[in-house]
Design a protein. Structure first.
Length: 272
């Protein structure tokens, strides 16, 4: 085990930079996971982390101690004093353990699959919203995620925590040219717009679908929406004017799931 006791330690500065700088994460291809849940998810889907970082008090927590003693870590272990670890933590109550990982590469490579079901994020800027959408996408079976350059960073610590391990079941492509993708996409691009005339529940969702969700304040940009073949609204009989983008994405993605399951086995669904 390596022990660090000073914030002036060069390796501690490297860890802090990885957590705070998206540019550094892009340059190195690395990311930092905070908490045992994310580390377990990465280990199941991707393999062994490069480095485990644990606090003094974290080594005494049963779940963390069991993991460190399991013989399955296979990585460099760095121990920090609680105060130093707290300076790196992304939540108010530190988890006690982090991991430095190689970011998984999309299975199909750097270019998107033009026939795959896709979630397209146009300027979604809140890391919690991006993470929640990734979590819903993984649960709904949408593997490919495209983010515009002005989205929150997919591999930022807050996004990772909100996604709860969904990253490792997805192909996440950042800094994408959304107009170029939508123009070439071989399925049906669909945008959610408040003023759309077509209800989500009456829309034709057959075949591959690229769902486009826009920023929290402005929604889908007109130049992007113009490249979609269908625009839908989510019916809202209550007094609210709009839904949070992560909630809207979950509604649309699972309506796609429901529709396909119904079409695949109508008699079973109708009979309960």
């Amino acid at each position: 085990m390596r022990r660090i006791v000073s914030r002036d330690n060069p390796h501690y500065k490297v860890l802090k930079k990885l957590l705070q700088s998206g540019r550094e994460r892009r340059r190195t291809g690395l990311a930092v996971l905070d908490g045992m849940h994310l580390i377990d998810a990465y280990s199941r889907h991707c393999g062994i982390p490069i480095e485990i970082v644990v606090s003094d008090s974290g080594t005494g927590r049963p779940e963390i101690a069991s993991y460190l003693e399991s013989g399955q870590v296979g990585a460099t272990i760095t121990v920090l004093g609680d105060a130093l670890f707290a300076e790196l933590a992304v939540v108010e109550t530190p988890s006690g353990i982090m991991a430095v990982i190689d970011r998984p590469r999309p299975l199909q490579g750097p270019a998107p699959d033009m026939q795959a079901d896709t979630v397209v994020l146009d300027g979604v800027q809140d890391p919690g919203n991006v993470g929640s959408i990734l979590r819903s996408a993984a649960a709904a079976g949408f593997r490919q995620i495209l983010l515009s350059p002005d989205c929150a960073q997919a591999w930022a610590p807050k996004t990772l925590r909100a996604a709860m391990g969904a990253h490792f079941q997805l192909d996440v492509l950042e800094h994408c040219d959304l107009p170029a993708f939508l123009s070439a996409y071989r399925g049906q691009p669909v945008a959610t717009l408040l003023g759309a005339s077509t209800s989500l529940y009456g829309a034709d969702l057959a075949g591959p679908v690229a769902w486009v969700f826009g920023s929290e304040g402005l929604g889908v940009r007109p130049a992007v929406a113009a490249l979609t073949r269908l625009q839908v609204r989510i019916p809202m009989p209550g007094p609210s004017e709009s839904l949070n983008v992560a909630a809207a994405a979950a509604v649309c993605l699972f309506e796609t799931v429901r529709r396909r399951q119904t079409e695949a086995s109508p008699s079973r669904v109708a009979g309960g």
